[in-house]
Each structure stands twice: as C-alpha cells, then as structure tokens.
Design a protein around this ligand. Structure first.
Ligand code: FEO
Ligand code: CA
Ligand code: CA
Length: 673
C-alpha cells in the first residue's frame, strides 16, 4: 500500500495532514456509471446495503456457490485441497507459521548483497553502503532458476519509512521535512527500487544468499539508467532537461508488486509515483497550485504532485515547477533481465501509465502474451494487455512483445459480463478533440482514456493473478469512500473496509478474449457481524476469514493463496496481516485458512512459490509501523528509538527490518500437500 494509507481512515487518520487532496484520495471524476442502478431497481438499494444481495441475488446472477456464513471456529484441518492445520488469528511482535513449517529469514533491509558490501550499521548509514545492501520495504518477490537449487531472487523495494529507518527523525511529512538532509534523501533513494541476488539451497534444503553472485545488483531511482519502449518512447511529453530525447530515465519509483515473464525477466510495477513529486507553488490555502501547469488536468487525475517525500527539495527533476515532464516518466511497467547485469531496464509504455500494482503474465491459447495489471486507487480500473505477436524461444523477441500490443480497461456489467475496452488512439473518443494527439498521449494518460471509454471504477484493484485455464482473480482491497449511491454489482458494498475478490472467466478459456464473465469469490471481513456483509464458505473458521486482500499467487497445483494489507485499519479486525489459502472450486469454494501471520505493523507481500512448490518466498513489509496505536500495551506511533517491535533481530538498538522469509516444510516436500 502506501505510507499515506492512514489518511483515508476516519477512525485512525489525521485529517489535518497537508495536501490531502493530492495524494491518497480518489482522482476519478467519472463516477456516474449506473451498474448499481440496475441492481437497485431489481433488488432495492436497502436490501443490497444490508448484504442480502450477497446471499441471494449474487448467487442467482453469477452462479457463485459461496454464501454469507456467520459461522465461527469450525475445525477444518485435513479437509479441502490445502493440507495444513490453520494458525490461530492474533497480533503480536513476531511472525507465525503453521505447524510443521519453517519460516526462516533470508534477507533483511541492510543485508550485504555484494561481496564488497559493508555490514549493516543502522547508526552509520551511508548511500554508498545502501547501494550494496538489500533495500527497504520488500514487496514483490520473484525467482528464476539458474540450475536446480540455485537461482536469482528478484525483489521490489517499494518505499521508505523514515521514522523507523533513521535515528532521531520521526515522521517528516508532518513537519515540512525539516530534518530531511540531502544525505538522508540519497539514502532513501538508494533504499528504493529493486534487488537481484543469487540464492542457493544446501543439502539440508536451507536457502542462503550467494554474496559473490555475478548477477547480484541493486536497481534504484538514484543511479540506474533505464530506456523506454513503446508508443510514448521519445514523445514530446517524455522529454526533460536532462533527457531531451525522452528516451533515458534515471530509475524507478514505488515498485509494488510485479511479475516474472515466461522467459525469466522480471517486471517491476511503478505504483504511487505521484508521491515523489513536489512543488513550491501554493494556492491561498497553502495547497499545491497547478493553475499555471499546461498538463494540469493530467496531473490532477494522477495526483501529481503528492508531496510525500522531500526529494524535490534537492533534485529539480522531482519539482514539477522545474521539470514537469519528469512525472510522465513514472507509473510504468519496467522489465529487467536479471541474468544480464549490464542490460538497461526498459520502461514499456505500451502497458499504460497509472498506479500499477502488479504485472502478472500468462500466455493465451494461441500464444499471445497477456498481462493483468490493476490501478491501485479508489475508483480506478482493472487493465489487461495482450501482445500483437506470440511468445517464442527468443528472449529478445519475447521482450519486444511488451512494446507492441493492446491495452484494455475492464467494464464489469451487472449481468456478470466483463468487456475489455481497448485503449487505441483514433477509436471511439480517443481522438485529438479529446486531447489525445497520438497513442503516446493515450498511454501517458491511460486513466483519462479509460474514463472516456466507460471502464468500471473499482474498489482499488491490487494484484491480479491469471491461471492458464482462462481464469483470473482480482484483489479489490477496500474503498471506504464509496457511497451508497456508488455501489454496483462488481463493487457491492458502500464504505467497504475489507474488500472483495472477483473471479474472471475469459470467453472460451482464452486470456486474449475481449469478453468473459465475472463473479464475486468472497466478500471479506468478519462473517459473524451482519453489517459487514461478508461472504465466505460456511466452513470458514474465525481464524480463516480476512480483510483487505492485496497480493496473490498460485502454487504448482494451481491453488490460490492470498496475502493481506489492512494498513493502519488492521484495528478493525485486530488480526495481523497474513497469508491465507482460498478454495476456488467445489463445495468448499470461498473457504479460507490462515497459514502465516506478520509481526505487528507489517503487511505481507510476495507470495511466490518455486516451480516445485517446495519453497515459498514471503516478504514482510514495514514491520512495526502501520496502526501501532491499536497495538495493545504499546498504543503509540513507532520511532527508530521506540518501535512497536524489533522484528526480526530483536536486538537492542536494532530497528525493525523489512525482510524476505523462505518457507519450507519440515522434512521437505510440497507446501500444503
Ligand atoms: Fe503497494 Fe497497492 O500496494
Ligand atoms: Ca500491494
Ligand atoms: Ca501475484
């Protein structure tokens, strides 16, 4: 999620935060679509808001077998497709894994990832050290095998929490960034981006880092040069002072989830890039004033400038008054070849510019590359990309598939149909009359294009995971801003604090199809509270239900796993974020079990299963930070000196450290088999 998740939560948020209108609030003005009106006319708004639609009408309309189930504490171990005894829910200072499994720390923020890297010293951080050490806030984790038992781990570092990262600082956005020196900003920049590091498994099945791995490297917004492909490459709006050709970009920002391609490259999704941009131009209320900006409409729709970080104080390119086009160069999908440390990463503009959560790939029936990617903002859209050509044996030719294809935005209709709307210049409303002079404009302003096409504003599309059979699962994490008037069939709850999961079945099982059907797999939250309107399989226990689905993955047997990020709202469930199995087929469809839970204040990212499903990588992001005022016995904000937990080291003076864990079954074998 983001460091500003707190703003959206009336119970826990600080409404006095500056620039609220420019960061984590909806920017989509196109909220007049009336899917909900049709449902309301048929079933009545009051009934729908009580959750009755979730029981009967949804089942009738979309054929889901799951129903609302206010049932607690059912003993489910041994039943279903996932063979493990579920954990007991809760929240404390450390992580927990189901019995019979190990969850070992593999990589922590600051761990050396090159042979010449210094050991981590939190009291004496330097940019030079951080550039050779594992970055902060690990999010996406991917793995590509070099040989059996040895391969490259690819990890995104989404953002930084200065209050627990640096001694004596506290939250800087609440104090006009007074303490942020250029040296600290540079360390923050070096802690963002990605890590590629070789890991290997020993004879006992334990994984460790290979520090002298030839392909080990850090990718950062400070110093990694990237090139640009696709319709916006070299576009007028991509040209800056430092790059008059619009073809070379320094770095990548806010890399959230991602994906691995079938040919072993690593896709990094640039999510909340807007937060890094800055302006000194303020209106009478002291808020950013865009009235003199020629691209003001676009900037507003994207939330630029977000003013989350002080980088614009020291780097002109992050100041929109000085280099307004720089903001157009972020919000893309970045492809990295982890096997070639000399290769420049590529920003593929054919996949559109928005707050990309992830980029999970599959191959359609006739060989086209298909990528599902969501725009994680309240009332934004689900997208899918289909390549023009087909996947073959040549890696370079395969990468070119990301430069030539069609981006679609999803419309979810009330009859259970999904229609994928192409973002193609010159078709429909995507013309010069509406401000789109070419396909580059359509991709740079993909949100504005999808607005005109009538895509369905969703409850924050996070990760989306396709399975080879033409099925995909979409995580809608929550949307407390949706009003009763804005409810629709695909986003069925007003003020949704807990989110839901949609299942898509593409027509004829073909991921390249432009139509399909959709249904709601689960509506999240506590099923024992009727007002929540949750929808789970009735066998789901008090441990098994969850809130705010975020990332997801399939294991080798095509079974779905969900990780959660409740942000600072976790106090609404009192459950830590964690990893859950989720049945998708048969009588147990919609049944979930808790497999792993995070230490307090952390969200769970990854997950990623090895091809043999004997190893599961998990990423615990920002331990000790989110919502620690609700942590019993602590009840205050964490700082470097006084954190809610010192996970995973629990050593005096050591701050909490975002870390990647490796999960294996004791005695070996496939996970949950
Ligand atoms: Fe970075 Fe949408 O979570
Ligand atoms: Ca996420
Ligand atoms: Ca995923």
């Amino acid at each position: 999620m983001s460091r500003k998740s707190i703003i959206d939560d009336p119970q826990h948020g600080n409404k006095a935060e500056a620039f609220e209108a420019f960061d984590d609030i909806p920017t989509n003005p196109n909220l007049t679509r009336t899917i909900g009106d049709v449902i309301n006319a048929r079933y009545g708004r009051r009934d729908m808001l009580k959750g009755i639609l979730g029981v009967s009408a949804t089942t009738a309309l979309f054929g889901t077998s799951a129903i609302i189930a206010p049932k607690q504490a059912s003993a489910m171990s041994g039943k279903g497709r996932y063979n493990f005894d579920e954990l007991t829910w809760g929240n404390d200072e450390t992580h927990h894994i189901a019995a019979g499994y190990d969850a070992d720390v593999l990589l922590r923020w600051g761990d050396p990832i090159t042979a010449d890297a210094p050991d981590f010293d939190p009291m004496n951080q330097t940019v030079e050290a951080q550039l050779k050490q594992f970055g902060y806030n690990n999010d996406y984790v991917g793995y590509t095998e070099l040989e059996p038992g040895r391969g490259l781990l690819c990890v995104n570092h989404e953002y930084t929490n200065e209050e627990v990262m640096f001694p004596g600082l506290g939250r800087q956005d609440k104090q006009d960034f007074a303490g942020m020196t250029k040296e600290l900003v540079d360390i923050e920049m070096a802690a963002h981006g990605g890590t590629i590091v070789e890991i290997a498994k020993d004879a006992a099945g334990k994984w460790s880092v290979v520090r002298d791995g030839k392909m080990n490297r850090r990718i950062t917004p400070l110093n990694t040069e990237m090139t640009v492909s696709g319709p916006a490459a070299g576009h007028e709006r991509m040209k800056t002072t430092a790059d008059p050709d619009g073809m070379t970009i320094i770095g990548t920002l806010n890399n959230c989830a991602g994906g691995m391609t079938p040919w072993g490259t690593y896709l990094m999704a640039e999510e909340n890039f807007h937060g890094y941009f800055w302006t000194e131009t303020r209106d009478a209320e002291g808020k950013p004033d865009l009235s003199a900006q020629p691209q003001a409409a676009s900037m507003k729709r994207y939330g630029v400038p977000g003013m989350w970080y002080a980088w614009g104080k020291y780097y002109d390119r992050f100041d929109i008054d000085k280099d307004p086009n720089e903001a157009n160069r972020f919000g893309w999908i970045v492809e990295v070849d982890p096997r070639n440390p000399d290769a420049r990463p590529v920003k593929h503009t054919a996949l559109g510019r928005f707050r990309h959560e992830g980029a999970e790939t599959t191959v359609s029936k006739d060989g086209h590359l298909v990528i599902y990617t969501g725009d994680d903002n309240r009332f934004d859209y689900q997208y899918k990309y289909v390549s023009a050509g087909t996947v073959g044996d040549d890696a370079a030719a395969n990468s070119a598939l990301l430069s030539d294809g069609t981006l679609y935005a999803a419309r979810f209709d009330e009859d259970g149909t999904i229609t994928w709307l192409p973002l193609v210049h010159g078709t429909g409303p995507l013309t010069a009359e509406n401000g789109f002079n070419d396909q580059g404009d359509v991709m740079i302003d993909a949100r504005l294009a999808a607005d005109l096409l009538g895509a369905t504003p969703m409850d924050r599309p996070e990760d989306a995971q396709p399975r080879g059979d033409g099925t995909a699962y979409i995580m809608l994490t929550n949307n407390t801003r949706r009003t009763a008037e804005q409810v629709n069939a695909a986003n069925p709850r007003a003020e949704s604090s807990f989110g839901h999961i949609i299942e898509i079945k593409e027509a004829n099982g073909d991921h390249a199809a432009t139509t399909g059907t959709w249904s709601i797999l689960v509506k999240c939250g506590d099923p024992s509270i009727a007002e929540v309107g949750a929808q789970w399989n009735p066998e789901t226990s008090a441990n098994g239900w969850f809130g705010s689905p975020d990332n997801c993955a399939f294991d080798a047997d095509g079974r779905l796993w969900i990780s959660t990020d409740q942000g600072s709202s976790w106090g609404k469930t009192m459950k830590s974020d964690g990893l859950y199995s989720l049945e998708t087929e048969g009588a147990l469809r919609g049944h979930s079990k808790l497999f792993f839970r995070c230490p307090v204040g952390g969200e769970l990212c990854g997950p990623y299963f090895s091809d043999d499903s004997e190893t599961l990588f998990l990423a615990v992001q920002h331990p000790g930070t989110d919502g620690t005022k609700d942590f019993k016995g602590f009840e205050r904000d964490s700082t470097f000196e006084d954190p809610a937990t010192r996970w995973p080291d629990f050593a005096d003076g050591m701050p909490p450290r975002p870390s990647v864990l490796v999960v294996t079954k004791q005695g070996g074998g496939k996970i949950a088999i």
